[in-house]
Ligand binder design. Structure first.
Ligand code: FAD
Length: 436
């Protein structure tokens, strides 16, 4: 990829992102792997059924698909343990009632104050209800027995062997969520004057054509409006990042060794440059969301019960947001949803992204589900921050759950790692190592 070329739909060149990533890479990896706050994640990994289909044959039985959850309370940071959390439950843990959410922001009451020295992140989040401004179905941190703590460091995203019809069914369903206006056109066919079975058949044929179109990875995005292109790029970029990681940390099933697999990268990414481009796009979008939280994070209390570590975490995060806030701004969210017709489009965008989030419960491999859920939550949080969050205001912004913050920063860490790995693969290909 020409470093001077601009990343489509972002305001930045590939070279600028490479340079930014060089500056951030070590810091970001240290935040995600060395701080307790960002290296543990709580989620519903095993207790939610796939809401769209049931097919137990698509479950992955490989050992590499399994996740080591934390069984003993002693292994998680003190303040996150159930006993400690229940002591700290405070007003911020409560979900604003629906009628309050529905009010215009300026009429909503400010959220309750926390006690002195009790930071937002010290409070258990019992809230598994969706805020209307959420782009994801939230992970519930609080309900006893509903979630699992996972060390992200001990369960790295890598090759698992999960593949075949089960995996394809999930990806197909995810890409199908990209059929915005096409779905509306489909509705029109259904309500066409033809009526009856003819209309149903026509709609079914039409749906097949649309599904094929949506799945075509190199389908031209030129005629789509910006918002739909962004939706596609987000999903394709996430898919590309997952593929990069499984190629980077690949298991040679004959020797039992883990190593980068150049052929895997070549087939899945190198021969599809638009997928790599979408990964760069995601880097720009998520970076901008993290930069937008700069002020919020300066006042944030990181809470793991080890004050020295919390100070250190805060310093690292402040350094991260400071670097990301330097000009030029690499993604301009204000270009989206500007058209007066765009309000419906925004709702549609959000609903479809929530469906992608629900589809993660259909992933038949625990490890893939863990990282899939985390990254969809990370992108959903980025969208919430970009489109629902005003960095100049305080009380009216939607609350940011701890799981969302952890997911957001880890998602940036994942794309950052993918971009570094892709460059390394490119160098190996340029040196002819695939022919060696
Ligand atoms: P797939 O990657 O399954 O792709 C299916 C089709 O989608 C392709 O044929 C192509 O037409 C299209 N496509 C592929 N990439 C893109 C792209 N970037 N943009 C647009 N279209 C594209 N496996 C692991 O080993 N480790 C993991 O951590 C892991 N996590 C997963 C997480 C999720 C949410 C899912 C659904 C699957 C995960 N998998 C993981 C499985 C992995 O993604 C592949 O499905 C599997 O390796 C089979 O790959 P494939 O070559 O058949 O194509």
């Amino acid at each position: 990829i020409d470093p001077t070329a601009m990343v489509s739909d972002a305001c930045v060149s590939y070279g600028t992102i490479n340079k930014l990533n060089d500056d951030l890479y070590t810091l970001l990896q240290s935040i995600t792997s060395e701080t307790d706050f960002f290296s543990y994640y709580r989620l519903n990994l095993f207790n939610s059924e796939c809401p769209f289909w049931s097919d137990s044959s698509s479950m992955c039985g490989n050992i590499a698909c399994s996740v080591n959850t934390i069984e003993s309370e002693e292994d998680i940071p003190l303040v996150w343990r159930a006993d400690e959390l229940s002591k700290l439950e405070g007003p911020k843990a409560n979900h604003p009632p629906r009628q309050v959410q529905a009010q215009r922001p300026e009429k909503r009451p400010l959220q309750g104050e926390l006690g002195e020295d009790v930071g937002e992140s010290c409070v258990v989040e019992y809230d598994d209800e969706c805020d209307d401004r959420d782009y994801c179905v939230p992970e519930d941190e609080g309900s006893a027995g509903k979630g699992d703590y996972v060390s992200l460091v001990d369960n790295p995203e890598r090759f698992t062997g999960y593949s075949g019809p089960g995996a394809h069914q999930v990806w197909d369903a995810i890409y199908r969520e990209n059929c915005f206006v096409k779905a509306a056109a489909e509705d029109q066919v259904l309500s066409s004057p033809l009526g009856g079975l003819g209309a149903v058949q026509a709609a079914s044929d039409f749906r097949n054509v649309l599904q094929k179109e949506a799945q075509r990875p190199d389908a031209s995005l030129d005629n789509e409006c910006l918002e739909k292109r962004v939706f596609h790029r987000l999903i394709s970029g996430m898919h590309a990042s997952i593929s990069t990681h499984l190629c980077w940390d690949y298991l040679n099933q004959t020797t039992g060794e883990w190593h980068p697999n150049l052929q895997c990268f070549k087939e899945r990414l190198y021969e599809h440059p638009e997928r790599i481009s979408n990964m760069y796009f995601n880097y720009a979008l998520v970076s901008r969301a993290v930069a937008k939280l700069r002020k919020h994070l300066q006042n944030y209390t990181f809470c793991t019960s080890e004050p020295e570590q919390d100070i250190d975490t805060k310093q690292r995060v402040n350094q991260l947001t400071e670097i990301l806030s330097r000009p030029p701004q690499i993604f301009d969210e204000q270009l989206m949803f500007q058209d007066p017709m765009a309000q419906g489009l925004k709702e549609d965008f959000r609903t479809r992204f929530r469906n992608v989030s629900r589809l993660m419960d259909c992933v038949g491999c625990d490890k893939c589900r863990l990282w899939g859920k985390l990254q969809v939550n990370g992108y959903g949080t980025a969208l919430k921050v970009l489109f629902e969050y005003d960095e100049t205001k305080n009380g009216e912004n939607p609350p940011l759950r701890r799981t969302e913050l952890v997911a957001l920063v880890n998602t940036l860490g994942r794309i950052s790692h993918s971009i570094a790995a892709a460059r390394s693969f490119h160098e190996a290909l340029a040196a002819g190592h695939d022919r060696a």
